[in-house]
Every structure is written in C-alpha cells, then in structure tokens.
Design a protein around this ligand. Structure first.
Ligand code: GAR
Length: 210
C-alpha cells in the first residue's frame, strides 16, 4: 500500500475523508501519520479516533522557516512516506522542502487555480462577481499555489452568497476530489512531469481535469 502522511493546521475535514477512505479495503493508500503545526488542531483528534499516529511540530519553536522545515522533513521521513498530503496546512514551505518531496507532494486549494492564489479566496471570488468558484488539487512546486493542477471541482455562486456559505459548498466538493486524487496517485496513475501533471500516461490540460 501507498504510505501517506497528512499535514494539517486546523479542522481536518479533508483529513477525515482520507481516514474514512483508508478504512475501505479498496483504498490503495494508508494514512501512516498526521502532523500538525498547531497543538489544538481538531484534525489531531480525528486522527486519534481513527487510530492513526499524530505529531505536533510548532513553527513557533523554531528560529526561522528553514529550521522548521528541516525538522518537518526529518519527522515526515521517519514515516517513510510515498505521498505527502497537505490538507489545510497553512504554512508556506521552503524550496528545499518542496524539492525533497517533488512529485509526491499534493495540496488542495480553495479556488479554481490559477485564479485566487493565496488567502481569502471565497471573499475574492464573490467580490470579483464571478459566477463560479471551486477547488483544485495540485502537485506542489516552489511556486506558491502554482504547481500543476490535477483535478478541479466547480460550484456555482448564488445570489446572497457569503464567503462562509460559499466555503461550505466548496468544502463538499473538496471532500470528493481530494481522496480521488490520492487514490489515483496510490494506483500509480498520476505523475508530475516537469511543470505538468500526467494521468494514465497522458499530459493533463494546464488547468487539470474537471
Ligand atoms: C480547505 O478549504 C482547504 O482547501 C484550505 O483550507 C481548508 C482546510 O479545511 N486550504 C488552503 O487554504 C491552503 N492554502 P479542513 O482543515 O477542514 O480540511
């Protein structure tokens, strides 16, 4: 089985979908550990409830980003992962970290990338008057929220939407696409080739699949 380590900072609702999926026999990955940079992240409780090892590494205990990321790599590698999943991990990663896991590091971002990289994506989509919004699972590269998209899900924006309502509807979609991509990766169907994602031997469009 593919060994996955999941990094979180908060609620961990995406983590929950991996834990749920991994409980099924057909799932080709196992969650070996959940690592949080915040001791009070609810996702740690979710992992414990599923019998998965948890670790807390607080960035506040390190002098700078480099030393934090080096400690993260050491901790993550102690679980010998084939796949590292960022699931609401709210820290910018150093180029060394990203290069170390190149081709086996996934992130989910709550927008239809390349739109709205960075924070407050739901608010920004509303303020722009967009008629749709969504989420993107992508390989992580050194460019923040800029790595090759794999799978996107769109939701229509409705009149009267607030950032909170929109975020909830986007999350429902996140919970479908992220475990799907992890399963594809575990099945060996997904690769990063240069700045593109490849699925079943075919280069994906630059915005990923929808
Ligand atoms: C998700 O909406 C995820 O897309 C977003 O944080 C939320 C985490 O929710 N990620 C980012 O904004 C990354 N920059 P969760 O903890 O319930 O999975």
């Amino acid at each position: 089985k593919c060994r996955a380590v999941v990094l979180i900072s908060g609620s961990g609702s995406n983590l929950q979908t991996f834990l749920d999926a991994a409980a099924n026999a057909e799932c080709e990955y196992a969650v070996e550990a959940v690592i949080s940079n915040k001791a009070d992240a609810y996702g740690l409780t979710r992992a414990q409830n599923a019998g998965v090892s948890t670790e807390v590494l607080s960035h506040k205990d390190f002098a700078d980003r480099d030393s934090f990321d080096r400690a993260m790599v050491k901790l993550i590698d102690s679980y010998e992962p084939d796949l590292v999943i960022l699931a609401g991990f709210m820290r910018i990663l150093t180029p060394d970290f990203v290069r170390h896991y190149s081709g086996r590091l996934l992130n989910i971002h709550p927008s239809l990338l390349p739109k709205y990289q960075g924070l407050h994506t739901h608010k920004r989509a509303l303020e722009a008057g967009d008629d749709e919004h969504g989420a993107t699972v992508h390989f992580v590269t050194e460019e923040l929220d800029g790595g090759p998209p794999i799978l996107q899900a769109a939701v229509p924006i409705e009149t009267g939407d607030t950032p909170e309502l929109l975020a909830q509807r986007v999350l429902v979609q996140e919970h479908k696409i992220y475990p799907q991509v992890a399963q594809w990766f575990a099945q060996g169907r997904l690769r990063m080739v240069g700045d593109r994602a490849e699925f079943d031997g075919e280069l994906l469009p630059r915005s990923g699949l929808r």
